[in-house]
Design a protein around this ligand. Structure first.
Ligand code: GDP
Ligand code: ZN
Length: 299
């Protein structure tokens, strides 16, 4: 590699071109093939019109409604899981598992803390998840509670947010990086109007430090796609079992002999609630996997 070609970072993806931010602060659009596989967060070397991608540290993927897998962003460090009062159950656990299996550190953002019922929700979330990940209560509407979150992101973290529609991800991103200027509460409306909006992924440097990637299709995904193996390995609340391994490496912690999780549940070191929730999600993931497998056979 010649020393005159500076390293760049893909900060926006427009389908047939990418915007590259170079080490010295210059930006330039570079044309790419539609299915080049480059994503926001990729480190690249650009020589003329030729863009060479450097190896990735992490890759974050999502599955669309048809089952196809898409790479969302590269080289992220953290994944913010956004919830609000009345968020569907199971989402947090799945998102934690998905983040950890992609080698990202998860953190929890509890939005709409201006609403009633927040105290109870926060107490519950703290009880269940305090040992697993940092928790940031905020209100995007009132712009309150942001200092600890900004402080967390400032430690050299590059992250993205996930959460179901309506929890306030657009509102939150607008507060954290005003230049993003997302339309609040308008995503489903856009789709309904059948308006063609090219999905543009972008990477934003935060004024206080840290970076956020915004990928509209990803921001809005509801059901996080995980495998049975990932669930068994990364389920929040089972962290202690990593020091005491199960007898079988592919243990699903159901009835297997020598299961470390089961004995921790018996000793009440893993709360019964955690184990019950795990079993519910395990069954869901197993049947989704079985359905996917029989689809593959038929095709
Ligand atoms: P997204 O679908 O996750 O991007 O959610 P939006 O940011 O579009 O917000 C969905 C709705 O929640 C909008 O009507 C927002 O005004 C509202 N909202 C967002 N943040 C807050 C908050 O902190 N408190 C309250 N009460 N409402 C909020
Ligand atoms: Zn086990």
């Amino acid at each position: 590699m010649n020393s005159f070609t500076p390293n760049g970072l893909i900060v926006a993806h427009h389908g047939i071109s990418v915007e590259v931010l170079f080490e010295h602060g210059q930006r330039r659009m570079v044309r790419v093939k539609r299915n080049s596989g480059h994503v926001v967060g990729d480190n690249v070397v650009v020589t003329g019109e030729v863009l060479k991608r450097l190896p990735r540290r992490t890759e974050l993927r999502r599955r669309d409604a048809r089952g196809s897998i898409h790479l969302v962003a590269a080289n992220l460090d953290v994944l913010g899981i956004v919830v609000a009062p009345l968020s569907p159950g199971g989402f947090i656990d799945r998102a934690i598992v998905a983040a950890q299996s992609a080698l990202l550190k998860p953190f929890l953002v509890v939005n709409k803390c201006d609403l009633e019922g927040t105290t109870e929700l926060l107490a519950e979330l703290n009880r269940v998840y305090r040992g697993s990940l940092p928790i940031f209560p905020i209100s995007a509407a009132e712009r309150s509670g942001f200092a600890p979150l900004e402080e967390f992101l400032s430690h050299g973290h590059r992250g993205a947010f996930v959460g179901t529609t309506g929890v306030g991800k657009s509102s939150l991103l607008n507060v954290l990086c005003p230049e993003i200027d997302l339309k609040v509460g308008s995503l489903s409306l856009y789709k309904g109007m059948g308006r063609h909006t090219t999905t543009v992924s972008t990477l934003h440097a935060l004024s206080g430090g840290g970076e956020l990637v915004d990928t509209p299709g990803f921001r809005d995904f509801g059901l996080v796609d995980i495998t049975v193996e990932e669930l068994a390995e990364y389920f929040p609340g089972f962290e202690d079992h990593r020091n005491v391994a199960c007898k079988f490496r592919n243990c699903r912690h159901r009835t297997e002999p020598g299961c470390a999780v089961l004995s921790l549940v018996e000793q009440e070191q893993i709360p019964a609630e955690r184990y019950a929730t795990y079993m519910v999600i395990l069954k869901e993931v197993e049947s989704l996997q079985a359905a996917a497998r029989s689809r593959d056979w038929k095709n």
